[in-house]
Design a protein around this ligand. Structure first.
Ligand SMILES: NC(=O)c1ccc[n+]([C@@H]2O[C@H](COP(=O)([O-])OP(=O)(O)OC[C@H]3O[C@@H](n4cnc5c(N)ncnc54)[C@H](OP(=O)(O)O)[C@@H]3O)[C@@H](O)[C@H]2O)c1
Length: 252
């Protein structure tokens, strides 16, 4: 199959491109680095020419609600339009578990993207993923001030980006299946505890503190578990500890 991966250089995009290539599919990598901007649609029609399926794993560079909503909604409409013109048979989108109640930030933008994609005309299958194990690396980076990381209270069921990529490839290729699927890791955990394990393995920062960030309009939903998977979710390993051991082997 000829599969265009939008965001093919990203965390999930490069994994899904690798999975598909190893399965023998032809992958068309689409990103600004390859001269295509899916927000402005520059180069998009040419990039999707001849594609059977499109996978959207693009990400926004802002979390400001109006801007991120405009970004994801525009991307969905542009990809839908170009995919229809190219005769693409299906679009597979990676989204996020539990975002239905969110009205601010990245999660609100992803919800707008899902809605815009569902308006068609090309059929869309959505894989809603939990936060990736790799999300702890981003959290550690974003929240470290001096020798302390201030991690918001956040219940999560982290999953490996590779496991999400394998499922995303399946969702993109299969001709039948549910329009919406959830995938999460094997166990629920507190994000701060996972970040603390990562920090210990990396040797910095010295402290990880769990905080309640009342300035974040999403803090209550995150803290009470709105982003946890439902009972029908696919649960996929490795566990966070197995992922950590593989990526950051403990010093002997
Ligand atoms: N990280 C998580 O824990 C997680 C969990 C569940 C779902 N997700 C979802 O997965 C998606 C991908 O996340 P990620 O962490 O893999 O993203 P990422 O590493 O930031 O990669 C983003 C990709 O999008 C491309 N891109 C950005 N703006 C573009 C534009 N205007 N036109 C064309 N390409 C553009 C980037 O390439 P260029 O810079 O070259 O354009 C890059 O390939 C997001 O929608 C996110 O919501 C993430």
């Amino acid at each position: 199959m000829r599969i265009a991966v939008v965001g093919a250089s990203g965390r999930i995009g490069r994994e899904v491109a690798d999975v598909l290539t190893k399965q023998g599919h032809e992958v068309l990598g689409v990103s600004r680095a390859t001269g295509v901007d899916v927000y402005t649609a520059e180069g998009l029609a040419e990039a999707l020419a001849g594609a059977d399926v499109v996978i959207d794993s693009v990400n926004a560079t802002t979390t400001e609600t109006a801007a991120v909503t405009d970004f994801f909604r525009s991307v969905a409409r542009n990809v839908q339009h170009a995919a229809a013109a190219a005769g693409v048979r299906r679009i597979a989108l990676v989204s996020i578990i539990g975002i239905d109640q969110f009205t601010a930030g990245h999660y609100a933008g992803k919800l707008a993207q899902e809605h815009a994609y569902r308006e068609g005309p090309v059929p869309v299958r959505i894989l809603r993923a939990a936060q990736f194990h790799e999300f702890t690396e981003m959290m550690l980076d974003w929240t470290t001030r001096g020798d302390t990381a201030y991690v918001p209270k956040y219940r999560a069921q982290l999953v490996a980006a590779r496991a999400v990529a394998e499922k995303l490839a399946e969702v993109a290729i299969e001709d039948s299946g549910a329009a919406m699927i959830e995938i999460a890791g094997p166990h629920e955990l507190e994000l701060a505890a996972a970040v603390a394990k990562l920090a210990a393995r990396q040797g910095k920062p010295a402290h990880v503190e769990e905080i309640v960030d009342v300035d974040d309009p999403n803090h209550e939903l995150q803290a009470r578990g709105a982003l946890l998977p439902g009972p029908e979710a696919v649960l996929a390993g490795p566990t966070f500890e197995e992922w950590l051991d593989h990526k950051y082997p403990a010093q002997q």
